[in-house]
Write a protein of this length. Structure first.
Lengths: 110, 115
């Protein structure tokens, strides 16, 4: 079946630090992969996506590359800001099935 | 453009009572999703509609949960009777095409507490 496993949090970083949040998946076929973000007091919103192997999704300085050989879609940002503090969810969509990871809470301190 | 609307935002009920949630998707979005998000977990897909037909409801506990989207626009999700473990945030989302890479737009959710 389809499943997503992502790095447990919480993660606390200082401003301008490098961020990696690991995400691996299990799926048959060729799922689409997503990172969603939930800022405090707001609803879930799409951060970036990739629909096929070796695609790189990017938005707001965040990047993730669809790696089929390692079944991974790790989220990275070179220099985080306080405003990046949020909960990040890795997700996949495959055969009408949408699966989310448990979420990773990121806190960025000034 | 108006986003996905949900009501109520909060609901507190006793176990064994019934409750209903309402969702109005973004205008023109054919696909509508209901999710359950238990505290500390990621959203779990309950049911997916394409217009007014059900695409997938394999994770919907059909003995107590039901959902409908009668005119292919807004939707209701009902729980009858509620159990303590149903306490969660119920999220509604919609997408334009519902296909392989369709971006889903989420509403603010309804936080349900079952006492």
């Amino acid at each position: 079946g389809n499943s997503v496993t992502q790095m447990e949090g919480p993660v606390t970083l200082s401003e301008e630090a490098f961020l990696t949040i690991n995400c691996t998946y299990t799926a048959t076929g060729y799922p689409s992969l997503f990172w969603y973000v939930q800022y405090p007091g707001e609803g879930l919103q799409l951060l970036l996506k990739a629909t096929k192997a070796d695609d790189k999704g990017s938005n707001k300085g965040f990047e993730a590359t669809y790696r089929k050989e390692t079944t991974s879609f790790h989220l990275e940002k070179g220099s985080v800001q306080v405003s990046d503090s949020a909960v990040y969810f890795c997700a996949l969509y495959n055969n009408n099935d949408m699966r989310f990871g448990a979420g990773t809470r990121l806190t960025v301190k000034p | 453009e108006a986003g996905v609307a949900q009501s109520p935002r909060y609901k507190i009920i006793e176990k064994r009572q019934s409750v209903a949630f309402w969702c109005n998707p973004i205008s023109g979005h054919a696909t509508l999703y209901w999710y359950q998000q238990i505290l500390g977990q990621g959203p779990k897909l309950l049911i997916q509609f394409q217009n007014n037909g059900v695409v997938d409801d394999s994770q919907l506990p059909k003995d107590r949960f039901s959902a409908e989207r009668l005119k292919g626009v807004d939707s209701t999700l009902k729980i009858q009777p509620a159990k303590l473990e149903d306490s969660a945030v119920y999220l509604c989302a919609s997408s334009l095409d519902g296909g392989l890479a369709g971006e889903q737009f989420f509403g603010p959710g309804t936080r349900l507490t079952v006492l």
